[in-house]
Design a protein around this ligand. Sequence first.
Ligand code: G1P
Ligand code: ZN
Length: 566
Amino acid sequence: MDVSPLQVRTLPTAPYADQKPGTSGLRKKTYVFETKQDYLQNFIQSVFSSIDLRDRQGSTLVIGGDGRYLNKSAIEVIVQMAAANGIGRLVIGQNGVMSTPAVSCVIRKIKAIGGIILTASHNPAGPSGDFGIKFNISNGGPAPEAVTDNIFQISKTLEEYAICPDLRVDLSTIGKQSFDLENKFKPFTVEIVDPVESYANMLRNIFDFSVLKEMLSGPNHIKIRLDAMHGVVGPYVKKILCEELGSPANSAINCVPKEDFGGHHADPNLTYAADLVETMKGGEYDFGAAFDGDGDRNMILGKHSFFVNPSDSVAVIAANIFSIPYFQQTGVRGLARSMPTSGALDNVAKATKIQLHETPTGWKSFGNLMDAGKLSLCGEESFGTGSDHIREKDGLWTVLAWLSILATRKQSVEEIMKDHWQKYGRNFFTRYDYEEVDADAAYKMISDLEAVMSDKSFIGQKFSVGEKMYQVQKADNFEYSDPVDGSVSRNQGLRIIFTDGSRIIFRLSGTGSAGATIRLYIDSYEKDPQKMYQDTQDMLAPLVDIALKISQLHQKTGCSGPTVVM
Ligand code: G1P
Ligand code: ZN
């Protein structure tokens, strides 16, 4: 197939209300750049320009996405720009769909220079929802800050972008398409692949599929319910859990990826996965799980909707890690959790004498530790769990990890969780989110609080609520020195740590899409077996009171309460 010569276009700086990205013949005008028009072209050109031309030439890049609105048309533009920017080959999930963990897997497998994922993760989809572009590097993980900073700097001064506007790619047909470009000896190739295949293959080598098959479809099979919420994970659930492991069709729901996620808010938590929670309450199913739009997050439920807190989930997997054949081969190189995640994992690390790393929020620091061979299993309180099999969190992997543990222990989810608490003690944990807060008020509240906490008299101060008394042992703004690349991340969240180990943490979200989101995390350890099964909110109420009193959060932001409690 021949396409027209490579063209270099100057970035239009005006609002072109009548033109969509990818249409040819963009007019050139010079208004002040003040709209989101050509955001995509600017972002993608900045990503390409950040890669040395010699590294770009002949290289392979993976493209995936969660199937949301605008993804396909964005991918068409990205293909045209990749060709013009010297990328040799693109590997794209059929119809532009490939989950975040699967993209990570494919990048690593085919040794690509990186990948582009069209997703806004757990945020709403559809014409009035969110849209996002994510760039992953050659280890399969999110681009580290040095890379994203560079991309950002380039984007600020970029004046033009290269594109082959007449190149038409067919995203729907599996197979290879090649395009001859002017002045190029080698054709530019695009391979449309089955988004599930490589990923499923990887899972087959991590887990014992015959054991799982027996448990899901053998004579004494358990019943599971997986809700893909019309995000990207549906085809993966259908192929792996239903077709291959034999779980009946009604174990998987909302499995067709839709541009608006079928109106679902594909964020796996007790609020947004309410349908699954309701169904599970009935007691028909033994195990339930939900996923987010791009398939990296998960929520695990037991029979009657017994909720597994994500901080506990990673701790349970750590305590039962050899139920997963992969780890029998690799051993356990280290464990890690993000700072705000509860200390449940620490208890397992201590008991097993495995090194524990406490990292900033996000998956980037985990990736570095994994690359350096220091980390096998990690998790975050925000419904993310994963291992060094890839460099992203992985929802379906977590489900298979839990099912492997169920198969080994021959216990229910609730029994496993309760045994775990009896053995290691329990970290009661909650998170309060204050969304769409006025940004100035939020920043001021945080900086005022930091000032209060830095006062010498704060350490040793006692706070009482009812009969409970807490004394401050340590207070700081979490800082992380990466043991691998030596980089230092500052301002990662305010921590107040009490003498009994309880923690109050405040931080500002980096992923919210309107105003500022303040997150308040409370973590408190309990080893008294009598108190182990009490209600989390009751147990943590005194610490919530103290947190609100010290920070004056409500007074300073005008909020009367959190928008979400997890
Ligand atoms: C949130 C979560 C964090 C997670 C990130 C991406 O970030 O808290 O754990 O890694 O989404 O999924 P935040 O909005 O808190 O910055
Ligand atoms: Zn996600």
